[in-house]
Design a protein around this ligand. Sequence first.
Ligand SMILES: [Zn+2]
Length: 178
Amino acid sequence: MAFSALATGELHVISGCMASGKSLHLISLIEKYQNHSKVGVYSNNSYIESRYNNLRIPCRQISSVREVDLEQFEVYAFDEAQFFDEEIVKVCTELVRRGKKVYVSGLDLDYQSIPFYGIATLMAFATTVTKLQAECTICGKPASRSFRKTQNKQRMLSGKENYMPLCLSCYNQKQITQ
Ligand SMILES: [Zn+2]
């Protein structure tokens, strides 16, 4: 899985907690590519498409990264990448090996502060990592944790309304008192 010594590709990972602006940052990074036909944007989350309307880059909704055409584009972007399984690591490293520019945005930690394997591993392989923070809902300091407001124990639960971004201190406090 290691990169080839001849690789000229790039892997940029944007991570952080809920509401930290990851997708907006991803969009700002791919906006610079004028020829949109060479840019492939992927997500497996249907409601995300509206974010890309202004860009006029179609966001391809896929259920598995195995559906990604590895040759079609020069630039690849994966939004909400925590929703893809571990195969995303293989796909992204293979794209980079083929000289592609790859942008990945996604949550680094789940609501229990357990890393998402795919994102965490891609952060290790990345040429650049941007870790964004939100604003703590309780104290207003920079937030790095996604606190879940509901009792749902499913690991994958989308929807901003189910979470509040918290700083580490407030997150730890809430975990104890919940
Ligand atoms: Zn706080």
